[in-house]
Design a protein around this ligand. Structure first.
Ligand code: ZN
Length: 149
């Protein structure tokens, strides 16, 4: 990564450019003021998902889940914990595949929970099944090690 990183606001979908050395300083969205790298898991809609996965320089891990899925609900606190562990170097979000079945189609998802890691406009890796926080964090680290640090 060079001088600045593209980071989509997961609240309003605005694409922000954040100087890399400011990523740890609690950068906020220039449009809506939401914090961009606070380690909170945000619920996405397909539009925000599309923008973030196409433009972000920071690793973005998305949890494809649904309210009827027991393992998904069980994993949620672990996912939130992993999000805090990796902030501000990676961001975590989730999308409800019951509300937005089109995303399952788009990404060819057959089973949930499924985590997909995106980075630099591309899908990087997938991890399926409910996982503990440490395993989720290790997964993201192992696929993000090539730069950013
Ligand atoms: Zn915003």
């Amino acid at each position: 990564m060079s001088g600045s990183a593209k980071v989509t606001c997961l609240e309003c979908s605005a694409v922000n450019r954040v100087p890399v050395d400011r990523l740890t300083a609690g950068p906020k969205c220039g449009v809506c003021g939401a914090k961009l790298t606070d380690g909170k898991v945000r619920a996405l809609d397909p539009k925000a998902l599309d923008k973030a996965t196409k433009s972000d320089d920071l690793p973005l891990l998305v949890d494809f889940w649904a309210p009827w899925c027991g393992p998904c609900r069980m994993m949620a606190p672990q996912f939130e914990q992993a999000a805090r562990m990796l902030a501000p170097n990676a961001r975590f979000a989730k999308i409800d595949t019951q509300d937005f079945p089109q995303v399952s189609q788009k990404f060819g998802i057959r089973g949930i929970p499924l985590l997909i890691l995106f980075r630099g406009g591309k899908e990087v890796a997938r991890l399926s099944g409910a996982r503990p926080a440490q395993e989720i964090a290790d997964f993201v680290r192992s696929h993000s090690a090539a730069s950013a640090r």
